[in-house]
Design a binder for this molecule. Structure first.
Ligand SMILES: Cc1cc2nc3c(=O)[nH]c(=O)nc-3n(C[C@H](O)[C@H](O)[C@H](O)COP(=O)(O)OP(=O)(O)OC[C@H]3O[C@@H](n4cnc5c(N)ncnc54)[C@H](O)[C@@H]3O)c2cc1C
Ligand SMILES: NC(=O)c1ccc[n+]([C@@H]2O[C@H](COP(=O)([O-])OP(=O)(O)OC[C@H]3O[C@@H](n4cnc5c(N)ncnc54)[C@H](O)[C@@H]3O)[C@@H](O)[C@H]2O)c1
Length: 448
């Protein structure tokens, strides 16, 4: 039986970070993944999505300036942008595996299961290790209603050879909004069906309202307070049934996508055999990211039940903490800085720190600046309809508690607000900074 100091399950951002750092720290490391090395972000998430969005940004910008400087709005060439996207995806797995080999890491390509507290079944082989790291990420929620299996995943969206003429997204979260905007700008007729009253429920709802307007302006049908309960195949189409109160509604589309959430990918690992405590949210861990019941086990990224958001930078951060605790003993406790989060629609929606509702529920005196900035120079020169912000300021310390923006380049600007919250810089100081002009950042002093 092969024995390792550390064996990592899952080669996404979390697993890769742990494996490379532990190997650099002199430990004997093995890693396995049931899919190609690279994980969700690089192969079927953030990166390929962002490459495709590049093309839709050109179309969106041209559309805004049509008749005021631009004559024709270009079409997105789906096949070409998909080929460009694929060039990034194809590069990753061999590059990552080469890096592992150079670092002396043993590489495997098999799904694993625990057979005891310190043994894994890997194909026909057994492997033992002083520490195991569960970094298996998350998978699309299984849709258990009738015909749920007809719904395609976000991965299948990112691999579509041709764009269907119409499509429906189940659930109104990140994936639905981002992919719906891509598809609508590439010419598909899109519907989003969300069960709750408020889509993107963890974002500042006054800012989400502007995205709802922009989404409907784009021609996307956004159906709220409706739960999808059935999908039927009707010749080449799908009939999707939803329920809102006592009212049933039906939608006929060429493709249906499952954007109903992503639970942790831990339920096939036979965790009980290894005495590993877990919940629906992931592997249960203490502040060192070590499992609460089996001390040989650590977890990082989307598969760990932590207070960190299921986002790439958090997976990387947790990976570093796990590696450090394995190498040097439990010394580093996880402590999440203010985490900016982005919905890559056009316009971009983003936020960091407390929402107004969260501030209300805390014992803190705060003031709110909420304003539409559609008449500001930046909105007018770019001809954007949706540009708005909400900042929440602690009245006692005069520092920022939260910032929420929809508008051009908001995905970049929000990082400045994240630094402001983390450092506790006074609003007066933030206002006194010199910002390049005319840029989106030059609006910051007027937002606080
Ligand atoms: C469509 C989409 C878009 C996203 N966009 C963004 C974004 O723009 N920004 C952002 O910050 N985050 C984004 N995310 C979230 C981000 O991708 C994840 O938070 C991040 O990839 C988590 O990294 P991880 O290492 O925990 O898991 P993963 O990257 O999912 O890696 C886990 C790996 O474990 C493997 N695995 C699972 N089970 C087993 C098993 N039993 N045996 C062996 N291997 C196994 C999987 O094959 C996978 O490769 C997006 C997610 C999706 C789905
Ligand atoms: N830009 C980004 O950072 C980014 C982009 C994409 C995905 N992600 C990550 O991926 C995760 C999963 O994204 P997601 O969009 O699938 O999930 P999500 O959790 O953001 O949203 C899913 C929504 O679907 C609703 N829903 C579930 N079943 C339904 C049904 N039968 N009918 C109607 N509505 C239903 C839920 O109420 C929920 O609000 C996110 O939590 C995020 O961490 C991040």
């Amino acid at each position: 039986m092969k024995k390792y100091d550390v064996f990592v399950i899952g080669s996404g951002m979390a697993g890769m970070t742990v494996a490379n750092k532990c190997a650099a720290g002199g430990l004997k490391v093995g890693i396995t993944d049931e899919l190609a090395y690279g994980g969700t972000c690089a192969l079927r998430g953030c990166d390929p999505k962002k490459v495709i969005i590049g093309a839709t940004e050109v179309r969106d910008f041209a559309h805004r300036l049509k008749g005021i400087g631009i004559d024709t709005v270009p079409q997105v060439n789906w096949k070409d942008i998909m080929a460009f996207k694929q060039s990034f995806v194809n590069d990753m797995p061999p590059k990552i595996e080469k890096g592992y080999k150079q670092n002396g890491i043993d590489t495997y390509h098999t799904a694993v299961k625990f057979i005891s507290e310190n043994t894994l079944q890997l194909g026909k082989d057994h492997i033992t290790a002083n520490n195991f790291v569960i970094a298996t990420g998350a998978k699309p929620r299984e849709l258990t209603f009738e015909g749920g299996h007809f719904a395609l995943s976000s991965t299948e969206f990112l691999n579509m050879k041709d764009l269907p003429g119409s499509m429906l997204f189940i659930g109104g979260g990140y994936i639905a909004f981002e992919f719906a905007h891509i598809a609508a700008r590439c010419g598909s007729k899109v519907t989003i069906v969300h069960r709750g009253k408020h889509p993107l429920k963890n974002f500042e709802q006054d800012i989400v309202k502007h995205l709802i307007d922009a989404t409907r302006d784009l021609g996307i049908e956004l159906i709220l307070e409706t739960e999808v309960l059935k999908i039927e195949k009707k010749n080449d189409d799908y009939l999707v049934s939803g329920k809102s109160g006592e009212t049933m509604s039906e939608f006929k589309v060429e493709a249906v996508f499952n954007s109903a959430g992503r639970p942790p990918a831990i339920f096939d690992l036979d965790l009980v055999k290894a005495n590993i405590a877990y919940s629906e949210k992931g592997i249960e861990v203490n502040s060192f990211l070590q499992n609460t019941t089996n001390k040989k086990i650590y977890a990082a990224g989307d598969s760990a039940d932590t207070n960190g958001l299921p986002l790439t930078p958090i997976a990387v951060m947790e990976g570093h903490i796990v590696a450090s605790n394995i190498i040097k003993g439990n010394k580093k406790e996880v402590n999440y800085p203010p985490t900016p989060s982005v919905v890559f629609t056009l316009p971009v929606l983003t936020g960091v720190g407390l929402t107004e509702e969260q501030a209300r529920n805390k014992e803190v005196q705060y003031k709110v600046n909420y304003q539409s900035a559609e008449n500001w120079f930046n909105a007018k020169r770019l001809n954007v309809k949706q540009y708005a912000f909400k900042t929440i300021i602690d009245k006692n310390t005069n520092s920022l508690l939260g910032a929420h923006i929809i508008g051009p380049n908001a995905e970049e600007i929000i990082n400045i607000f994240a630094i402001a919250i983390k450092t506790g810089i006074k609003v007066a100081e933030l206002k006194k900074m010199i910002y390049t002009y005319p840029t989106m950042a030059s609006d910051i002093p007027h937002m606080v």
